[in-house]
Write a protein that binds this ligand. Sequence first.
Ligand SMILES: [Zn+2]
Length: 88
Amino acid sequence: MPERISEDQLTRWLEHVDYADADESRAMAAELVQLRRLIADFTDRDDCRIDHHGGCQAHGYLSLEPGELCPHTEAKQLLAEWEEADRG
Ligand SMILES: [Zn+2]
């Protein structure tokens, strides 16, 4: 099973879902599609600027814990994985 599914797979699944709880499944998949698009729109294309305390000055996340990523970096990683899934 692939780690990420493509938007095309989500769309096809939406069209053909026929489980007992089809309405809930459809609503869930529709939300996933909408949330993916919102993440793509909201993610800043500019690179993070990490300060000497480990915070991101570019995006205002100044209190990141060690090992924690700026949400914009995390979102870009997700977008890249989704794009890879979309390419197949
Ligand atoms: Zn950042």
